[in-house]
Write a protein that binds this ligand. Sequence first.
Ligand code: MN
Length: 373
Amino acid sequence: MTRLKIRAVRADILDLPIRRPHTFASLTITKQSYLLVRLQTEEGIEGVGEGVTAGDPWWGGESVEGMKSMIDSYLAPLLIGEDATRFGLLRRKMNTVAAGNPSAKAALEMALLDAWAKALEVPLHELLGGIYRDSIPTTWALATADVAKDCEEAQRKRETHGITRFKVKIGAAEPERDVARIAETVRVLGPRASVRIDLNQAWDELTATRWLPELESRGLDLVEQPIQRWNLDGMARLAAMLRIPILADESLYTIQDALEIVRRAAADIFALKIPKSGGLFEVKKIAAIAEAAGLPCYGGSTLETSIGTAASIHLYCSIPNLTAGCELFGPLWLADDIVEESVAIRDGQVWLPQGRGIGVRLDEQKVRRYLRA
Ligand code: MN
């Protein structure tokens, strides 16, 4: 018996403006692109999902253009006529037709789950086991590559949104310059804030061994993915050397990666993200591996609009060991959003939206405005 028959799947590319240029270790971006997935059922339900990569292909290899082509040509045709409630089975079907492509698959799974939760008239988290909390403290990313601008922005975010955790993107400059910049940022913000860095794999182990203890002694609180994703033995040596935690991000895509990180003690905290791991249920499995190893999880961001942010907060609130905070700042970082009411970020926390499904509604006018021609 089919309970929720899929009639159509549509994938559109949107380009949204951001508030200021954002500098990663590898490039600077001035806009962010999304793939908006809309899944219609015969019963008249629409499920919405979002595919995204941070600054397009540099981070993980996928792009919104690639995702659209993958969905239009291979993945959407598999879903037509199928029962949306069997999302696990559909996911396995997608895997038999296309390897990899986690963000494209995640966007479709999100739309399937949103449709199913809407049909049941329940919030998404009820399909995920229920919530342990209804808000999570968030981190803000500082990425202007300029100490004075970063500190001023942090000060403003503290005043307007109560945010006190700041993650600085580094790795674009020479290590000496980056380290001096972070030491200065910690000095200025440190007493009333937590300062962390994300290297996005920019250093090698030798550089990290030379400079991370220095930053630790200056008051840095956490280091994210300091070295290459494949160098788990190096990550383990750094984790053993430092007292501050090492957060695994690019090293952690799959459940197999999670198992290997635990085996080698290559990180202290897991950074979870829906797009990199191919969907909400894969993330839940990864979190369970962390739980089994006694490790906390951190709610990562791929710079989502309120669509992906809402799905993420439902998921993160349903994970018992997600105790290291989150970074779901996308709706504040973007200059505009594509929903009627953005996910709430106040008092330093991201709040679970109310309502059925993912709990936010598309603003059709804004969707049209940002649609790529
Ligand atoms: Mn990261």
